[in-house]
Design a protein around this ligand. Structure first.
Ligand SMILES: Nc1ncnc2c1ncn2[C@@H]1O[C@H](COP(=O)(O)OP(=O)(O)OP(=O)(O)O)[C@@H](O)[C@H]1O
Length: 354
């Protein structure tokens, strides 16, 4: 996505005193590889409040989707430990039948690729009606259709009656994503998980869809978990941000704090690697390397240390914890206190600056 200037209206967004909707406690999601389990989500503790957008940001492979699937109870083969409390019930412990009742009704997911998520052989109206029927069998045929038309209007489809009878291939990508959102909100969920919801769309359409999500959040007072690697989307949308690296949360703060005073070396590197229109940076920091694969992930010490070799080993904790350095601002490991960007490629030990 093209860069959006940071923080159009941070003051309105940072204060959110509403109650917790979802509490994730020490969640660990592990996949079996060659007979052994490896954690892709490692001891994550997070809360999501009503009427807030919590962005989860991190590079590819950091565990964002594995976390989202765990919250929705969608993993079939992973080993899941810890708790995901939603309204006093632990999703991790729920039976498949119970999960089916909660999913789509209490919480739903908006996926990246709307075409893949829609049935190509069914008209849009029937697809939304099907979702309504899953959770409410009392609606008459007429009431169901009225509800579908209302939903299509709510997500900004200009001619709901016309679109009701269309097939997915007849719609543009943006319209298809609106339909996916209509399906997601059909049963009035209180929690929405949006996994890279605009990645597949053109820039102008991306902005419209993000605007729609924000409007729905305000109308429904829903909590939204927004998964993205796009810091432009984060700064435009989020109330709070959790930064993930190698399966762990490395920093959490409200959007204003995170963008104005990022602390963890990974967060600082992420923000410093973005060119902005306003400020021409003389040097952009390039984060060397990639998130290690699950099997090769160091499980002790600071997981980001290998990518900041110019920082002295003594700066890191042996067993890095999340430290609350200001109210609501958590940073993992003590290395943030000693972090600086390398002055030269020589100091970086690589070609670490560009
Ligand atoms: N079913 C699986 N079996 C084995 N390993 C998996 C499985 N699903 C994910 N992984 C691994 O878990 C780690 C986290 O993957 P995940 O898809 O959650 O990352 P992500 O941050 O969402 O990345 P992306 O932005 O590319 O979707 C990666 O190393 C990935 O290869």
């Amino acid at each position: 996505m093209t860069r959006i200037p940071f923080l159009k209206n941070p003051g309105v967004r940072v204060m959110n005193l509403s109650e917790d909707l979802l509490q994730i406690e020490n969640l660990t999601t592990s996949f079996k590889i060659a007979g052994q389990y490896y954690a892709a989500v490692d001891d994550v503790t997070l809360t999501v409040k009503k009427n807030e957008i919590l962005a989860i940001v991190g590079e590819s492979g950091s565990g964002k989707s594995a976390l989202a699937f765990s919250i929705m109870g969608l993993h079939t083969k992973a080993r899941i430990e810890g708790k995901v409390n939603y309204k006093g019930q632990d999703i991790v412990q729920m039976s498949p039948g119970m999960l089916n009742k909660v999913r789509g009704k209490e919480m739903s997911m908006i996926f990246q690729d709307p075409l893949a998520a829609l049935n190509p052989l069914m008209i849009i109206g029937s697809q939304i009606e099907e979702v309504l029927l899953l959770h409410d069998t009392t609606l008459s045929k007429k009431q169901r259709k009225e509800k579908v038309l209302d939903l299509l209007a709510k997500v900004g489809i200009p001619r709901p009656e016309h679109t009701y009878h269309q097939y997915p291939y007849e719609l543009s990508g943006g319209m298809r994503q609106r339909v996916i959102i209509a399906i997601a909100i059909a049963n009035g969920p209180q929690l929405l998980l949006a996994d890279e919801p605009t990645t597949a769309l053109d820039v102008t359409i991306q902005l419209q869809i993000l605007e729609l999500l924000r409007k729905l959040k305000n109308d429904m007072r829903a909590g939204i978990i927004l998964i993205t690697h796009d810091l432009g989307v984060v700064s435009e949308m989020a109330d709070r941000v959790a930064v993930m690296y190698a399966g762990q949360i490395v920093e959490i703060a409200d959007i204003y704090t995170l963008t104005s005073n990022p602390q963890h070396p990974y967060t600082r590197s992420l923000f410093n690697s973005i060119p902005t229109v306003k400020e021409v940076k003389s040097r952009l920091h390039v984060i060397q390397g990639i998130v290690p694969s699950l099997k090769n992930l160091p499980r002790t010490g600071c997981r980001f240390a290998a990518r900041t070799p110019w920082i002295d080993a003594s700066a890191h904790e042996d067993n890095p914890q999340l430290h609350e350095i200001a109210p609501g601002h958590f940073v993992r490991c003590t290395c943030y206190k000693h972090f600086h960007f390398p002055e030269s490629a020589e100091e970086a030990g690589t070609d670490g600056i560009a």
